[in-house]
Design a protein around this ligand. Structure first.
Ligand SMILES: Nc1ncnc2c1ncn2[C@@H]1O[C@H](COP(=O)(O)OP(=O)(O)O)[C@@H](O)[C@H]1O
Ligand SMILES: [Mg+2]
Length: 243
């Protein structure tokens, strides 16, 4: 397994946000994390990324216990996250935003060689093309549509060539068309990267994910393939309860 989170408990004062939650993700797997509002999805993502420290429990990544790793150490180990809070610098061009993200991954040694600068240019343009943003390369990021800003952020999150990408509601506020394109843009990264994605849009999740984990009140209600989860009576129950 690429990622194994087990027995994750997270207590905020009197509130138990996670109560023994677990999540396993294999290589080249797209894994959807779903569940009602307040069920602990974002908290579990943060415990995996290191933005929150679990009260108890263990997180393993590439067969290493990373429970005590800082977010920076996790990034170095190959984990990348994009949360709702933006990391784009709005006054810079798309080109410079991607360049900064790539440079952050390069060593000083690499950067002093002008040869590397040419290589970085090619990488920046390739990433912009991959995310359908090449024609906007020299516009300020602030001028992008909401959907395009999200794609730019996903591109930046991929700059370090992570083994695992964590996305918490990336399609929030997107139009239907932007959602569809987001699904298309994510699909090819499966060749080199796994994904854990939190999403409310069940159609979207069904289309792109291999496996799903359903949280309810901080516990795993079910985990399995998309077909298994769709057929699961307890899962149908919580979604009916909500509707
Ligand atoms: N930093 C925090 N302090 C206190 N309570 C929190 C904090 N973060 C989340 N919670 C609570 O934990 C529960 C789970 O929240 P969250 O993980 O954001 O759920 P979800 O993402 O599934 O909507 C909620 O009741 C929420 O109010
Ligand atoms: Mg959330």
């Amino acid at each position: 397994m690429l990622l194994e989170a087990a027995g994750i408990k997270k207590v905020f004062g009197k509130l138990t946000a996670l109560d023994g939650a677990a999540l396993t993700v294999g290589e080249n797997e797209f894994h959807g994390l779903i569940g009602p509002n307040g069920s602990g999805k974002s908290t579990l993502m943060k415990c995996i990324a290191g933005a929150e420290v679990p009260t108890t429990g263990k997180v393993s990544f590439v067969n290493t216990d990373i429970t005590a790793f800082t977010p920076t150490e996790r990034a170095r180990a190959g984990m990348s996250l994009k949360f709702q809070i933006t990391s784009v610098l709005p006054s810079l061009t798309l080109y410079d935003n991607i360049l900064l993200a790539l440079q952050a991954q390069s060593s000083l040694f690499d950067l002093v060689f002008s040869r590397t600068r040419g290589l970085l240019h090619d990488q920046v343009m390739a990433m912009l093309r991959q995310f359908r943003l090449a024609d906007r390369a020299f516009d300020a990021a602030a001028a992008l549509s909401h959907g395009q800003q999200q794609w730019l952020e996903i591109a930046m999150a991929l700059a370090g060539k992570p083994k695992l990408l964590l996305l918490d509601e990336p399609t929030g506020g997107m139009s239907l068309e932007e959602r569809r394109v987001t699904g298309e843009l994510l699909q090819p990264i499966k060749q080199h990267c796994s994904l854990v994605i939190v999403e409310h849009d069940l159609d979207f999740i069904r289309d792109i994910c291999d496996r799903l984990t359903v949280l309810d009140q901080g516990k795993v209600l079910a985990s399995g393939t998309v077909l298994e989860i769709q057929a699961n009576k307890a899962v149908q129950e919580i979604y009916l309860r909500r509707a």
